[in-house]
Design a protein around this ligand. Structure first.
Ligand SMILES: C[S@@+](CC[C@H](N)C(=O)[O-])C[C@H]1O[C@@H](n2cnc3c(N)ncnc32)[C@H](O)[C@@H]1O
Length: 353
C-alpha cells in the first residue's frame, strides 16, 4: 500500500469505529432507559459546540498517531492492531451481559459478585463493579469484554490514547541508555490489564525485557493469551498490587501506567507513585496516562462529570481534582511534564540521577 492509501485506510477504520461506538451507545442507552425506566437526569447535556470540539481534539490525536508512526517511533502496523476477532466474538455477548448491568444499576448494586468469584485478599477499594462491569475485574468474561467496552466508551480511540506513552518513553529510554539496541532495557507496565500497552511496547521495543503487573488473575490470563500471538519474546506477567511492587529498587529503565489512577483512592495513588519511584532507575522515566482532569479542557468538564455519574467510578470525582504533579514531586521525582490528548492526560516524570 502507498502511504496516502494507508493513511486513508487508517482514517476510515478510525471513523468506522467511532460511528459504530456512537450507534452502539445510542441504542444501548435507549433500551436501558426503556427497560429500567431510569433517566440519567444527573448528567449534563452535551452541546453541539462541545461535540465539535471533541471532533477537533480527535482529529488532532489521530494526526499525532499517524505522524509518530511515520517518524518510526512505532511500526505503522500498530495503527491497525485491533483485536477484531475478539471484538466480533464478544460483541453479541456484551449485549447478553447488559440486562444484568441494568438490573444492578436500577438496584444501585455496585459491589455485587457471583458466589464463585474469589474476592478475598484484594484491597477493599478494588472489590467494585467498576464501570458496572459484571464481577468487576475478577472474571474471565469481564476480561474478554474489557477491550471492546473501552473502545466503545472512547469511540474507538482508546488505543490511540494509549500509544501516546510510546514517544516520551522512547525519548526517556534513549537518554538513560544512550544507544537503545545495545542495552538490556527493562520496562514495566503497571496495572497492565489485558496488556494492550504491553503489546504496543513489544512492537516498539522488540529487544527490551518487558514486564507487566495487575491485581486481576483473569485479566493477566487474557493478557497472556493476547500477547502470546506475537512472535517476539513474551512479556513477563506477574500478579501484584501496584502499591507493593515485587521488584528490587532501581530495576527498570522505564515504567508506564495506563488508566489506573482514576480507579484508586487518594492514599493508594500516592503509594503506587512511590513504588514506581522505588523500582525505577535514577534517570528513568515514569509515564502515567489517565483521565483528563478538571479544567484541562474547560469545555470538557461536563463530560468528566457525566463519566463518573453514569459509570460506577467511585474515585474519579476526587481524582479529577487531584494534584498528581505534586504527588510525583512528593515521591521524589524531579521534572514532570504534562500533556493532554483528547480525554486523556499524561504525566512524564524523570527520576533524578
Ligand atoms: C481501567 S483498567 C486499565 C487496564 C490497562 N492498563 C488498560 O490500558 O486498559 C484498570 C486496571 O488496573 C488494575 N488494578 C486496579 N487496582 C490495582 C492495584 N492496586 N494494583 C494492581 N492493579 C490494579 C485492574 O485490575 C485493571 O486491570
Amino acid at each position: 500500500m502507498t502511504d496516502p492509501l494507508t493513511k486513508l485506510t487508517y482514517q476510515a477504520v478510525q471513523e468506522g469505529k467511532k460511528f459504530f461506538s456512537l450507534a452502539h451507545k445510542g441504542l444501548s442507552t435507549q433500551i436501558g432507559q426503556l427497560v429500567t425506566s431510569e433517566r440519567e437526569d444527573r448528567t449534563f447535556p452535551v452541546s453541539l459546540e462541545v461535540l465539535a470540539l471533541i471532533q477537533t481534539h480527535l482529529d488532532r490525536l489521530r494526526e499525532i498517531d499517524w505522524k509518530e508512526a511515520q517518524q518510526g517511533i512505532y511500526p505503522t502496523e500498530l495503527l491497525f492492531d485491533d483485536p477484531w476477532f475478539d471484538f466480533a466474538q464478544y460483541y453479541p455477548i456484551l449485549w447478553f451481559d447488559l440486562p444484568q448491568i441494568w438490573d444492578r444499576v436500577s438496584r444501585k448494586q455496585y459491589q455485587k459478585f457471583d458466589a464463585d468469584i474469589e474476592t478475598s485478599g484484594y484491597p477493599s477499594y478494588y472489590v467494585q463493579n467498576f464501570h458496572h462491569q459484571t464481577n468487576g475485574y475478577l472474571s474471565d468474561l469481564s476480561a474478554n469484554l474489557y477491550d471492546l467496552q473501552v473502545e466503545l466508551l472512547f469511540n474507538g480511540s482508546a488505543d490511540t490514547m494509549r500509544r501516546r506513552v510510546l514517544a516520551p518513553l522512547k525519548r526517556g529510554l534513549a537518554e538513560v541508555t544512550g544507544d537503545l539496541p545495545q542495552h538490556p532495557i527493562r520496562v514495566l507496565d503497571v496495572a497492565t490489564g489485558t496488556g494492550r500497552t504491553l503489546r504496543f511496547l513489544r512492537k516498539t521495543l522488540p529487544q527490551a525485557s518487558l514486564h507487566g503487573t495487575d491485581l486481576s488473575p483473569a485479566y493477566l490470563r487474557k493478557a497472556n493469551q493476547l500477547l502470546s500471538d506475537l512472535p517476539e519474546t513474551l512479556p513477563q506477567l506477574c500478579q501484584a498490587n501496584a502499591e507493593d511492587l515485587p521488584y528490587r529498587d532501581n530495576h527498570f529503565h522505564g515504567i508506564t501506567c495506563v488508566f489506573l489512577f482514576h480507579e484508586l483512592p487518594p492514599e493508594a495513588r500516592q503509594n503506587v507513585i512511590e513504588q514506581c519511584y522505588r523500582v525505577l532507575q535514577p534517570g528513568g522515566t515514569f509515564i502515567i496516562c489517565d483521565s483528563l482532569q478538571t479544567d484541562d479542557v474547560p469545555e470538557f468538564n461536563s463530560l468528566l462529570h457525566n463519566f463518573h455519574t453514569t459509570f460506577h467510578e467511585p474515585y474519579h470525582r476526587h481524582y479529577i481534582g487531584d494534584d498528581m504533579t505534586q504527588r510525583l514531586h512528593q515521591a521524589g521525582f524531579g521534572e514532570v511534564e504534562t500533556q493532554v490528548h483528547l480525554m486523556s492526560k499524561y504525566w512524564i516524570a524523570r527520576k533524578s540521577v
